[in-house]
Design a protein around this ligand. Structure first.
Ligand code: 7RM
Length: 682
């Protein structure tokens, strides 16, 4: 039987329980970290410039009602401007025309590096946790400045000018971070491609961004395995006529063949001058493009601006994670994702924080890796993905408890809905019921965190497994099928944002029409995220997943994530993914794929019986999947998102038509799933 006792155990610890399948949150006792105390006067002195602000609630309301004054004040005090702005926001969401601080000028690399190198030259900017544990390298702000300048001079020497696009295909490393900042210093637009994508995927992103230059390393190392990055670049650039130069830095020192276009990056930068004047950029000049998948096969090059993006990354980092002087901020995302851009690089550095660059994987050399790093480096914040948390949960508590985590104050989660079991484990096992756990909802397109339990009032409880509250200046709206805003609580709909915010994307590279069609046409005048959300009885937001993950079973609207959440609570289950598939009678029926924890001896029959019972009890019998498939692995993107699009096709046996599976972390899981589906049929 699934463990009821475990459930009541948590209920005691957290003082909450489930009634009629819904979490009763009224009783929740807030897990408050050591800090997150009253911040208004100390952490946000700007609040003194706004009238009648005494509480978090006052400040949030002010930020909505007087958005320009709020952001204008923060932009002045939190960023260094070469030329002050006089105008704050000028946006037309119907046309996807977005401008913030348009007549101001600044330089992003100056803000992230120089101002701290001047004030605290020896403070560590970067701590590089290399793939092999104990191989740590640190870079001070002063050293980072000289690296950035040398690289900037090298790029200019190679003909890169303001507005040119540079593709970066490198492992997480100080050189990669300094290269991003060097682009920002001279006004080049960077396009970081995750150094795990195939040659074809890389070529597509180089071509679509018309990059003049590609920067890579000889090889990469991840989880003890060598990755042939230079070879992949060689394959990719064959079909990329726009590329004039390939800069190759050493990671392993392997002997890789060099052709005419290739230049030894390390050698080139040693010979460059260690000072490069930062270029004053217009606020609305482009800082970077980053490709993200859409509903079609063609990835979208999301474009972010200079000032608005930087301000939003700066302010969200500071207040969501309660960054304080002396903190060591650990976001384990790769720089190839937006989380790496905003919370490994730009946000922490703009705040003058020490940021950790994590090159490895959660289980290398063993499942204690993260916590070993926390103990050694004394991280104060840890920001990771639910997929990794679930994976580690599966390996058991001892890997966590072996290490001292007392330095940690805030634990963040991002990328997917976090299920209750994983959230509880994160709080109680990793965070020893002492840390603040923040489930943060946002997107590549939003530039930074949008919905998050913190910042908020001192005594405000954090509800399990939901991002809860909009950040300052963010006003979510839920829309129904007739495109009308749904008022009140205990409702669900399409998750939109009502007003512009500084970090929002400016366009899709080369396709402004698609930008408008995707984000601004579906609900005119609003930004549409593509996700569905619930607003609970208490007015808190809970993301249900992509809108296409909402299914309709016999007229009941059901988020597949709701079913997954129940399945994941079964003691034998490691992970699950539920999709809808067409059903003659019900319209749609849920179809469940799941993986088991190690060493489970439960028969498939018993497991199914128990799961059905749980779903019936916790949601309703209409939510019981018609089919359960137990498998070794689920198809996931390299950033850990389960690709339900593929599972949907497997469910309906449309397997000749699976689309591009090359972006999967492990494409071989697909074959196994297709086979399991076939067996089921016969
Ligand atoms: C930061 C990032 C965006 C999509 C988004 C959601 C999902 C992200 C959460 C989440 C539920 C969360 N950017 N998502 N965070 N769903 N709770 N806390 O992930 O562009 O790569 O993905 O990810 O569906 O639309 S992203």
């Amino acid at each position: 039987m699934w463990s009821r006792s475990k459930h009541s155990f948590f209920s005691v610890i957290l003082g909450r329980c489930r009634i009629n399948g819904k979490w009763n949150t009224k009783l929740a006792i807030p897990p408050i970290g050591k800090r997150h105390k009253s911040f208004l006067s100390t952490d946000m002195p700007e609040a003194a410039n706004f009238p009648n602000i005494n509480t978090y609630e006052d400040l949030y309301k002010f930020s909505i009602a007087h958005s320009d004054m709020f952001w204008g004040e923060l932009a002045k005090s939190r960023l260094h401007w070469d030329q002050p702005f006089t105008r704050v926001s000028e946006c037309n969401m119907h046309e996807g025309k977005i401008k913030w601080f348009a007549d101001g000028k600044l330089n992003v690399s100056y803000n992230c590096v120089d101002r701290h190198a001047n004030e605290t030259p020896d403070k560590l900017a970067l701590i590089w946790e290399k793939d092999q544990p104990n191989e740590v390298e640190s870079v001070s702000y002063k050293e980072l400045l000289s690296m950035v300048c040398r690289i900037a001079n090298c790029l200019m020497a190679q003909g890169i000018k303001k507005g040119d696009c540079v593709t970066i295909y490198m492992p997480v490393s100080p050189t990669a971070v300094a290269t991003m900042l060097a682009c920002a210093r001279i006004g080049a637009v960077h396009n970081v491609v995750f150094a795990g994508f195939s040659a074809e995927a890389l070529a597509q992103r180089i071509q679509s961004s018309s990059s003049k230059m590609v920067i890579t390393t000889d090889q990469g190392v991840r989880g003890g395995k060598v990755i042939e990055l230079k070879r992949t670049v060689d394959d990719a650039v064959k079909t990329c006529p726009s590329v004039q130069t390939v800069l190759v830095s050493k990671r392993t020192g392997a002997n890789v063949p060099m052709s005419e276009k290739d230049i030894d990056f390390d050698e080139a930068i040693v010979n460059e001058n260690s000072w490069c004047e930062p270029v004053s950029m217009d606020s609305e000049d482009w800082l970077f493009t980053l490709y993200t998948s859409g509903s079609t096969g063609k990835p979208k090059g999301i474009v972010h601006s200079q000032a608005g993006y930087l301000l939003y990354a700066t302010v969200t980092s500071k207040f969501v994670f309660d960054i304080q002087e002396g903190d060591i901020f650990g976001c384990v995302a790769d720089i190839g994702w937006i989380t790496g851009h905003s919370y490994v690089v730009y946000g922490p550095l703009s705040n003058g924080t020490t940021t950790v660059l994590f090159e490895s994987t959660p289980t290398y050399p063993d499942p204690g890796r993260y916590w070993d790093m926390v103990q050694r480096i004394k991280l104060t914040q840890f920001y990771g993905a639910p997929t990794a948390i679930r994976l580690l949960l599966k390996h058991g508590d001892s890997w966590v408890k072996k290490y001292d985590r007392s330095s940690l104050r805030v634990l963040g989660s991002v990328g997917e809905p976090i299920n209750h079991e994983a959230w509880e484990w994160y709080l109680s096992v990793v965070g020893e019921n002492r840390c603040t756990v923040v489930d943060t909802w946002w997107q590549t397109e939003t530039g930074g965190i949008m919905i998050t339990p913190r910042p908020s009032g001192v005594d405000d409880a954090i509800e399990p497994a939901m991002p809860m509250r909009p950040f300052y200046g963010i006003q979510p709206a839920l829309l129904d099928e007739s495109k009308t805003e749904i008022q009140g609580n205990s409702v669900s709909g399409a998750c939109c944002i009502k007003y512009p915010w500084p970090g929002m994307a400016r366009t899709i590279l080369g396709d402004h029409n698609r930008f408008i069609e995707t984000y601004y046409k579906p609900y005119p005048g609003l930004y549409f995220s593509g996700d569905g959300a619930n607003r609970t009885a208490d007015g808190n937001y809970q993301i249900t997943g992509r809108m296409d993950d909402v299914i309709n079973v016999s007229g009941h609207r059901l988020g597949t994530a709701e079913v997954e959440d129940v399945i994941d609570e079964h003691h034998a289950v490691a992970e699950s993914a539920v999709v809808g598939y067409p059903h003659d009678i019900k319209g749609e029926a849920p179809f469940a794929f799941l993986t088991l924890k190690e060493n489970q001896n439960i028969s498939a029959e018993d497991l199914e019986k128990e799961l059905k019972q749980m779903i019936k009890e916790k949601i309703s019998s209409f939510a019981i999947p018609d089919i359960f498939i137990v498998t070794d692995g689920l198809p996931k993107t390299r950033s850990g998102k389960i690709m339900r699009r593929i599972l949907r096709k497997i469910a309906v046996e449309d397997t000749d038509n699976l689309g591009d599976v090359s972006t999967l972390a492990d494409p071989s899981v697909v074959k196994k799933l297709v086979a399991s589906r076939k067996i089921l049929k016969t």
